[in-house]
Every structure is written in structure tokens, then in C-alpha cells.
Ligand binder design. Sequence first.
Ligand code: S3P
Length: 180
Amino acid sequence: MEGRVKNIALIGFMGSGKSAVGKRLARKLGYDFVDTDKEIERKNGRLIRQIWKEKGEEYFRQIESTVIKEVTMAKNKVIACGGGAVLDPVNIQFIKESCLVVYLKATSNQLYQRLKYATDRPLLNVPDAQKEIRRLLGAREKAYHEVSDLIVDTSGLTVDGVVDQIMSRIKQNGEFPEGR
Ligand code: S3P
């Protein structure tokens, strides 16, 4: 996207801080915050892990795509996208059309440290979650890079540190959104 942006989409692996960063960034910009996972749960009246268990990943991905389409139609939103959302070309198209896309990058070790006690990520409900994080990140990293307009290396940064990086980079690029 060129010039002023309608929305900001945060992408990256599970545990990369999209929700925490997104909430604070939205507050700073006077934007609404929306988390695609929470929207999916709200629409279905069920937690992600229940949807996954009862109806499977394919069904989950279909609702995820519907949600991505809906939320990217709006403006003045900071959108935290589920970690797998940018693997679908149609989702990518909707996201790229209306959002400045920021990739929150972290290493597989950092992600494992943040996710090792999480019970709400069905993809990591496997005997060796650390290995699975490495495998999935390896398979997705190229897509995260290609889809993003900005990459923020979150290593050693606090949530506020990441928000500051995003703010200064969007200002620098002349893409500072108008807010309300
Ligand atoms: C997924 C990431 C999760 C959630 C679902 C699948 C993925 O979102 O959408 O468990 O495929 O990486 P977060 O990235 O917000 O944890």
C-alpha cells in the first residue's frame, strides 16, 4: 500500500506478540483492535481448540478466511492475524489490499519459550512442540517475509519497544495513519 494506510495487519507465528502489540498500537493510533482468532470464536460461540477438535482444521480455515475478508473491508483497524492466515493466497490478497503489513519476527527458540505452557494452540498439541515450531516456522518464514511491508525483529524488545519500532517506521515511511 502506498501513502496513508487504512488498516495495519500484524502477522507472524503464534506467540510472536501480535495481540499484545496490536492492542497497544491500536490505542496509540486511536484505531480499533481486532484479533481474527477472537472473531472466529465469537462467531462460533466456541474456542478455537473446540472448533478444531469438533470440525477440523479445514473448517477453521474457512471461517478464518471469512473473517479476514470482513475485517479487511473496514478501516482504522489494527488486525492481529492468526499465524496461519497468510498462507492462503485469497487471504493475502485481502490483507495486502487494505493493510500495511507488519511481520513480528522471532526465533523458534524464543517462540518456544513463550508457547511451551500454552494449551490453546491445537497445532502445538504434539509430543515435541519445540520441533514442531521449528518445522512450521521453517515452512512459513518465506511467506511471512514476502507478505510483509515492514519486518520488526522482536528479539530483546518489550511490547512497548515493538510498538515504538512500528510507530517510528510508519512515520519514517510517510505512512502514518490518520486515526480519528
Ligand atoms: C494458528 C495460529 C493461531 C490460531 C490457530 C492456528 C496457526 O493464532 O489461528 O491456532 O496456524 O499458526 P495465533 O497466531 O494468534 O496464535
